[in-house]
Every structure is written in structure tokens, then in C-alpha cells.
Design a binder for this molecule. Structure first.
Ligand code: PLP
Length: 911
């Protein structure tokens, strides 16, 4: 195996073990049948040589089993080889090595216990203790490693909450590889004094270290190798606990800036018991779920309830004649854990001071935020809370028109004026991309030119978009802050909460960017960079068109980092439906703390659901302990799906997964990266693109083009659900969105590929049996879906009545009064979409002005907002729309418009 492929190494590793198993069987049977076995033997030797280097980074199978396998190969003992390889390969697959000692012993038969993969209510026996691995980077002689491992093992006690095994490596580079490859690692002990270079050949890693982390072995002083390693590992996996063992003056070191990433520093190796206890303690801090644990305790107590929640304790269910099946279905605990109390340690979501507060603080640590607020009504609510907290009437919000409707409703509620900016269109798929930085800068500069930059409060974008376009939040914020240093950013990361836990995606997150920019502007080197920029750019004159193409830099003395992120935890992590979080990194939070509280009270139920809150606490625990493994695997699975489908000779005739090249125009893809994975790019190229390009495509969101197979999106979605029990996320005119998630397995991927292969065969048969007429019908259908696509309408403008200055270049408007005009029937009228009146008014007026939001699903963004002038583009789009669900529009009534007479009356008053 090539160590350079390390972002997919975990899956490749199990594949290789299976291959070695198969090769061993072939070798054994050749011997049994007296056939020539040299070639098969050579294959076994080759596979073993390939696997060996990777196994240096894992505790299991470990040196003893690996050495035994090497010995039996040398002895040409095919029988023993097959037995041991079979044992290891199935232990790796099922994970039994985590709790079954027999799996570690080459001579012992397996006990045949059932792996932890079944639901807990059908899994017999006690749950096993969680297992993890401790990575030790050490300069000691490898011959002493086994002794050191055994010394640590002797410290284990039955009352320990976790089991762990040790992996030792001997160099800086191997330490990094260990942290990358081995997702079982939860803690790292760095034993000062090791060398830099791995004995393995890893050119890509070396280039990566130099280019991205600016690590040049020649320039690292031996003394700081250990702290540099801690920094690099934290950069890749921030959740890991890092300990340093050193002979240097630990007192001095502990107080220095070098050791910020290190959890504890120990003097030399004598402290082995302390190290052991610290490692367990560190993991238990992440394992801790203050709210959930207390809820479990609460559920065990004999509590009499006289409050208004009859279902609590389950008595109204279990004693019922008619609804006992509810009790059977949901189980006892759900009812025991239901409560409306905020006492007994249950805390109040509205004013948390106890376990909810602690759970939110732990989430802040995990997600790299300054604060976290839990929400139990989805990100729809989180967005409204944030918009209302930071905006007041008259404030301007520069916002992607395609954002989720909760933002638009937030503007109505707060009275903020949206300045709609457009994402680039992907007309061919009937969807939008993301808003170019140039467009956002232009909007800010327009406001500056018109003297209203002070009213621009927020830039509000969706990252990543439904279809997977990831912004470069660091770049966007940096350049916007250069124009207005106290701007607030709301990044709707509804789909993207998981991204924090994966080194690929994290580079594109709001919180990752907030941390990076904070560090950057505090660095003295930035001052020099800024000085050079300021000398070149001068005063930022909004009329200077060159500013749009220049990389603008903010003044380090004025810049404030004010970033809000909302995420639907339930969409990408193990939280119950509606579980959502608001992450805050706001250096001026004190200025909005009061209004944030008000907004939180406005939107939060006074009876929030305990189970949703508990699930947010648990989702955080899971991501801090296995988020890395899960998100790496889901990314790997997505890459596999992309590769298999697009390269399959039959499937690719009819279906295609849109690549970065398809989804992002070249002007936003400076790296030139066209696709993920071979033959187009290796992981290092992908990271270059992630770091540098204006937009990148989240590989886990797969736009599967089905129009080329003659299916429209909705039809294909229904077909997959009805015939194959496959549920997918969203559709467009000619595509569906397939999303890999932390729950997906390779069996799921196989199912999808098989279905596509079966359907492709059916299409082939149909086309060949139906002859020319059938082929013509098919071609016409494909053309209609793929070529005759409606143009996507841009936001036109607010009617003059809702504008402060109708001829201003900036397009913000007073949406709130328009929204409330719709409440008065006498001010509104309905006009049928197909009527001649529409065409006449489009030509001669009076203008058609929408009274409400009109949101077709798909695509799911408002093609009309209250107060918007409806143009011919929008009418054409509406008329071509063939979707069933259009919120805010009823065909029987027609379009709801504000009457021209009402607009005349409202002149000068609509504020
Ligand atoms: C970008 C975006 N933001 C917010 C939401 C709303 O999230 P929730 O379903 O958690 O209320 C969605 C829902 O699909 C969304 O796509």
C-alpha cells in the first residue's frame, strides 16, 4: 500500500487484509492439491510487505501478531498463515479486538462473541468498555517498546472506565502519520528527543508539511520538535489530548507560549502512573455528557409528578387500555426521562445555569466556538434568533437570496432590510452555486459609496449550500472586514456541523476561519503585511473598481471578529430531529448579549424537549471521540461512489455525479482541480484547492444527474423510494442529491450502485427493444430535461414604495411593511398565472408586486419576496415550473399581489 494515500488508508487497510486472506487461501489450497505454489507464495509475500508499514501505526494486530505472520510465511506454513490472517482480518472488520483478549493471541481460538454492531436491545450481555489507542512518539530503542507497553498495561484497574492499548512510533513524521491513519487514537504522548524523518518513503507528506504547515526539518531546532509536533497534530485533530514527557526544564516550558496545545507536561518517564491517569482523565472529559447523564439519573428516581405533562413517567400510557402500544414501541425510558421540571439538575434551556450550561460549554470546546446555544426547533429557529439578536429595523443585511427561508422571515421579524445578492447560476442543473466574493464586496462598496455602510450590519451566507458549494470563509471575512472592520457574519452551516471534525472540511468552516483570523491579526508579522497593503491600496475608494480584484486586508487595530454559525446538528450528527446549535465567536458579544437573550426567549418554547437537548449533548460526545473516524469514512465512501459511478462503463452512459468542474466555474477554481481522486488529483492537490480556491465542492454531497437517463429529479426520487427503498435528500429538474453521512456503510454504497446498474440495464433493454421510435422519444425527453432548462430568475428589485431611495444602486428594501400589507385583504388581489392580465401588465403596467414569499420546492428559495416587483423572467420560470409544491402560491387563486391602489396609498408610509 502506498502510504501517500493516507486519507483513504483506513478502508484500504481492511481491503488489503481481506486480499491477503484470499491470497493465503489460494496458496493453501494449491499446496493441498499438490500444485505449484511459488507464484501464490510470492503474492502473499508481496501483500505482507505492503501491509507491514501501515501496521506500525495501529495497536492491533500489533508487533507480536505481525511478527508471527512474518515467521509463518518464512516457514512456508500456509495453514497457520491462513488461520492467523483470517483471525486478524475478521477482528479488524468487527472490532472484537477492542474487548476480546483472544484476538491478540496467535495461538488462542476466538471466543466467538458477538460484535457491538446490533441495536442495544437485541444485543445480549453487558456493554463493553469503550476502547481507544494511545500514540506514543518516543526516541527509545524499539527493542524496549514491548516492555514499556507491558508496564503501562500493568496499571490498568477494573474500575477504569476505558480500555486502551499503546502504539509506539519513533519519529516526528511517524507521529503525524499515526494521528492521521489511526482513528482509534484519542491521546498522544510525545516523549521529547525523537528524530524527524520516518524510515518510510512519504514524499507527499513531506511536501504537505513544508507547503501547508511551513515545516522545514532543517529549520526546526531539536528542542522545539516536540512542541511543533503537538501543534501539527492539533491542527489535524484538535480533539486529541497531547502530553509531553521531557527532560528539559518543565517549569520553564510549562509557562512558555510553546506549550499551549499540550494538556500536561511531565518530567521524564518516571511519571508513568500520572500519565496513565491523565490519559484516562482526558478521555473521560470528552466522554462526559452532563445533561444526558443527569437525565438518566433522573429517570431512575421514583418521582411523583403533579405538573402538566401526563406522559412523564409513562403512567398515562402503560395503564391505558388504548395506547399501550406507544409504550411498547418507544420503551420505558423515553417516558421516565420526560419532564417539564427545571429542578433536580435538569436545568432550564431558557436560562441555563447547570447541566445544560455545562453541556453547551463542552460543545463550545468541541466545535471551536466561544459559546454555544442549544436550540430545539431546528436551525429554522436558530437563524431567526441570530438575525433578530443582531439586527434592528433599518439595518442592512447583505444576504444570498437563495438562503433558507428562515433568514427571510428573520428580516421580516426584525425589520432589517435585505440587500439581496445573487449566487452564480447553474442553469443546466436548475440550481444555484454560491455568491462570488466580488459580488459581496461590490455590495459593500455600493453601500459605502451611498454613505450607508454604517447601516450594513451583517453578511449572511449559506456554507455549504444545499448542493455542496463551500465558501472560503476566511477569505470572504478578511476582505469584507477590510471594507467594514466590525461587520458581523452569519454563516448558515445547517448541513455542515460535522465539518469541524474532519481536516478537509474544517478548513472551510466559519469557526475554523474565526480562529485562524483571530490568530492572524494578532501576529506581528500581519502588521507588516497590512502596512504594505495599505501603502499600495491607499484609502479604499468605493469607486475604485480595482478593489474588486485586489485581496483586501483589514486594519489590525480596528478589526473585530464577530462570527455566528448555525447548524442543524440533527442533519449531520447523532441528534434527534430539530436538534440545532448556534455557535458564537464574537469579540463584541457583550454588545448583543441582552438582545441575544431576548431573541432566544422570543423563539424558544417554554417547554423544550429534554430528549432533543440530551441528544445534542450526546452528539457532541460522539463527535469529539469518533467524529474524525466517522467523517473520514463518510468522505471516503463519497469518493468511492463518485469514482465507481462515473467510471462504470454502463452506469456512466446514463448517470453522472457532478464533479467540482461541473459545479464550479473555472474562474472560482484557481487550482484547476477538476475532480477528487485519481486520475485527476491526489489528496495534496485537493488540500491545495480547499485552501486556495474561492469555492470548493463538498465531496459528500453528490449531485447525481438523472436527466440523462430520462428521469426528472422528482420522478427519480419517487422511483428510488418506491421500488428500491432508497431515500435521498433533494431534487432539481434533472438531478437528485445523494448525501453520505456518518451513518452510511459500504453496503449502502453497494446498494445504490447496484440500483443504478440495474436501471441502466433496463434502459438499454428498453431502447434496444423499442427500436428507433423509442430511442427518439428517449432522446427528446433527455433533451427537454437537460437542454430546455428554464433560466433562473434573479432578484429583480423592491417596489419603489419600499425603498428609501428608489434609484440607489444598492437594492435593499423594507420587506416588513410589504409582508404585513398582505394581512389586509382589501390591499391585495389575486391574478392567475396563465392569465392575459399578467402579460399585459408586464408590458404596460401597472407593476406586479408580490404580496408574499413564493418558494417552489425544488429549488427551495423564494422566487418572489413581499414587496418585490415581478418581472417577465420570474413569470416565465413559474410557468415552466413542473413541481408540485410551491409554498405561498395556490394555482386555483393565482399570484397574490399588492394592489396598485394600495401601493399608491402607502407611498411615503411603507417603512
Ligand atoms: C441552509 C439551511 N438552513 C436552515 C435550514 C433549516 O434547518 P432545520 O431543518 O434544522 O430547521 C435548512 C433546512 O433544510 C437549510 O437547508
Amino acid at each position: 500500500m502506498n502510504l501517500s494515500h493516507f486519507f483513504s488508508a483506513a478502508e484500504a487497510r481492511t481491503d488489503r487484509w481481506r486480499q491477503m486472506n484470499a491470497a493465503g487461501r489460494a496458496w493453501e489450497s494449491a499446496i493441498a492439491q499438490g500444485r505449484k505454489d511459488q507464484q501464490l507464495y510470492d503474492e502473499v509475500v508481496r501483500l505482507y510487505a505492503e501491509i507491514r508499514p501501515l501496521e506500525d501505526y495501529w495497536a492491533y494486530p500489533g508487533p507480536r501478531l505481525m511478527a508471527t505472520i512474518g515467521e509463518v510465511i518464512e516457514e512456508h506454513n500456509a495453514g497457520a498463515f491462513v488461520r492467523i490472517v483470517q483471525k486478524v482480518s475478521s477482528a479488524l472488520l468487527t472490532g472484537v479486538y477492542r474487548y476480546e483478549s483472544a484476538a491478540w493471541n496467535p495461538l488462542q481460538e476466538d471466543e466467538g462473541s458477538i460484535p457491538d454492531v446490533l441495536p442495544p436491545d437485541v444485543q445480549p450481555g453487558e456493554a463493553h468498555k469503550p476502547y481507544f489507542e494511545l500514540l506514543i512518539i518516543t526516541p527509545t530503542d524499539p527493542n524496549t517498546w514491548e516492555r514499556a507497553r507491558n508496564a503501562l498495561k500493568r496499571l490498568r484497574r477494573p474500575e477504569d472506565s476505558f480500555n486502551y492499548e499503546v502504539v509506539q512510533v519513533g519519529s516526528f513524521e511517524d507521529g503525524i502519520l499515526g494521528a492521521i491513519f489511526n482513528y482509534n487514537v484519542q491521546a498522544v504522548v510525545i516523549n521529547d528527543g525523537f528524530t524527524f524523518r520516518s524510515r518510510h518513503d512519504i514524499p507527499l507528506l513531506r511536501e504537505f508539511l513544508q507547503r501547508h504547515l511551513r515545516i522545514d526539518p532543517a529549520s526546526i531546532e531539536p528542542g522545539v520538535l516536540a512542541t511543533t509536533l503537538a501543534r501539527v497534530i492539533k491542527n489535524i485533530r484538535p480533539e486529541l489530548d497531547i502530553y509531553l514527557l521531557t527532560d528539559r526544564s518543565v517549569e520553564k516550558l510549562a509557562g512558555s507560549g510553546e506549550t499551549g496545545q499540550i494538556r500536561r507536561i511531565f518530567h521524564s518517564v518516571e511519571e508513568v502512573m500520572e500519565v496513565h491517569l491523565s490519559v484516562l482523565d482526558g478521555v473521560s472529559e470528552r466522554y462526559d455528557t452532563p445533561f444526558f447523564s443527569n437525565l438518566k439519573k433522573y429517570a431512575q428516581r421514583p418521582i411523583g409528578t403533579f405538573h402538566a405533562l401526563p406522559i412523564a413517567r409513562g403512567k398515562s400510557v402503560f395503564r391505558s387500555n388504548w395506547i399501550r402500544d406507544m409504550g411498547h414501541f418507544y420503551g420505558t425510558n423515553l417516558f421516565l426521562a420526560e419532564s417539564s421540571a427545571t429542578t433536580g439538575g435538569l436545568d432550564s434551556l431558557l436560562e441555563p445555569t447547570g447541566n445544560i450550561k455545562k453541556a453547551q460549554d463542552l460543545a463550545a470546546r468541541a466545535f471551536g466556538a466561544k459559546r454555544v446555544y442549544f436550540a430545539t426547533n431546528g436551525t429554522s429557529t436558530s437563524n431567526k434568533i441570530v438575525v433578530q439578536a443582531i439586527c434592528r429595523p433599518g439595518d442592512i443585511v447583505i444576504v444570498d437570496r437563495n438562503c433558507h427561508k428562515s433568514h427571510h422571515y428573520g428580516f421580516v421579524l426584525s425589520g432589517a432590510q435585505p440587500y439581496y445578492v445573487e449566487a452564480y447560476p447553474l442553469t443546466q442543473y436548475s440550481m444555484y452555486g454560491a455568491v462570488p466574493l466580488r459580488t459581496i464586496k461590490k455590495a459593500l462598496l455600493n453601500c459605502k459609496a451611498e454613505g450607508k455602510l454604517d447601516r450594513v450590519k451583517v453578511v449572511d451566507m449559506t456554507n455549504c449550500t444545499f448542493d455542496g458549494h463551500m465558501y472560503n470563509p476566511k477569505r470572504v471575512m478578511e476582505e469584507c472586514l477590510a471594507i467594514k472592520p466590525d461587520l458581523i457574519f452569519l454563516w448558515d452551516e445547517a448541513w455542515f456541523g460535522f465539518a469541524r471534525f474532519n481536516p478537509f472540511h474544517r478548513r472551510r468552516t466559519a469557526m475554523g476561519a474565526a480562529a485562524a483570523l483571530t490568530a492572524r491579526y494578532r501576529d506581528p508579522a500581519y502588521r507588516d503585511e497590512y502596512k504594505a497593503f495599505a501603502a499600495k491600496a491607499g484609502k479604499l475608494d468605493p469607486k475604485n473598481a480595482k478593489l474588486l480584484d485586489m485581496h483586501l486586508l483589514p486594519d489590525p487595530d480596528r478589526v473585530r471578529i464577530r462570527v455566528y454559525q448555525t447548524n442543524s446538528t440533527h442533519k449531520s450528527m447523532s441528534a434527534l430531529r430539530q436538534g440545532s446549535m448556534i455557535l458564537v465567536w464574537d469579540e463584541d458579544f457583550h454588545k448583543v448579549e441582552g438582545t441575544f437573550e431576548e431573541a432566544f426567549f422570543t423563539h424558544t418554547s417554554t417547554s423544550p424537549n429534554q430528549q432533543i437537548i440530551a441528544s445534542l449533548d450526546i452528539a457532541r460526545r460522539q463527535m469529539e471521540l469518533e467524529g474524525y473516524e466517522l467523517t473520514m469514512k463518510m468522505t471516503e465512501l463519497a469518493l468511492r461512489l463518485r469514482r465507481e459511478i462515473n467510471n462504470h462503463p454502463l452506469i456512466s452512459k446514463y448517470f453522472h455525479i457532478a464533479t467540482p468542474e461541473d459545479m464550479i466555474p473555472a474562474e472560482f477554481r484557481g487550482s484547476g482541480l477538476k475532480d477528487y481522486g485519481p486520475p485527476h488529483a491526489n489528496w495534496k492537490d485537493a488540500i491545495d484547492a480547499l485552501d486556495g480556491d474561492e469555492f470548493a465542492l463538498d465531496p459528500t454531497r453528490l449531485t447525481l444527474i438523472c436527466g440523462t437517463a430520462g428521469f426528472d429529479g422528482t420522478q427519480f426520487k419517487n422511483l428510488l423510494a418506491d421500488r428500491f427503498d432508497i431515500q435521498i435528500n433533494k431534487t432539481s429538474r434533472n438531478s437528485i442529491l445523494v448525501q453520505t453521512n456518518i451513518n452510511n456503510t459500504r453496503s449502502d454504497a453497494a446498494l445504490l450502485i447496484k440500483v443504478l446498474a440495474d436501471l441502466s440495464r433496463e434502459i438499454e433493454a428498453q431502447l434496444s427493444e423499442g427500436g428507433k421510435p423509442e430511442q427518439e422519444i428517449f432522446a427528446a425527453r433527455v433533451k427537454s430535461l437537460m437542454t430546455d432548462v428554464p433560466d433562473l430568475p434573479n432578484f429583480s428589485r423592491f417596489h419603489d414604495v419600499f425603498r428609501d431611495k428608489p434609484n440607489a444602486v444598492s437594492n435593499e428594501g423594507h420587506m416588513r411593511p410589504a409582508f404585513f400589507m398582505a394581512y389586509d385583504d382589501s390591499q391585495c388581489e389575486f391574478v392567475k398565472l396563465s392569465s392575459k392580465e399578467i402579460d399585459d401588465r408586464l408590458k404596460k403596467g401597472p407593476e406586479l408586486v408580490s404580496a408574499n414569499f413564493v418558494i417552489p420546492y425544488p429549488p427551495g428559495f423564494p422566487i418572489m419576496v413581499p414587496g418585490q416587483v415581478i418581472t417577465a423572467d420570474t413569470i416565465t420560470f413559474m410557468r415552466k415550473l413542473d413541481v408540485k409544491e410551491i409554498h405561498g402560491y395556490h394555482a386555483a387563486h393565482g399570484l397574490k399581489l399588492i394592489k396598485p391602489s394600495a401601493l399608491t396609498k402607502a407611498k411615503g408610509r411603507a417603512r
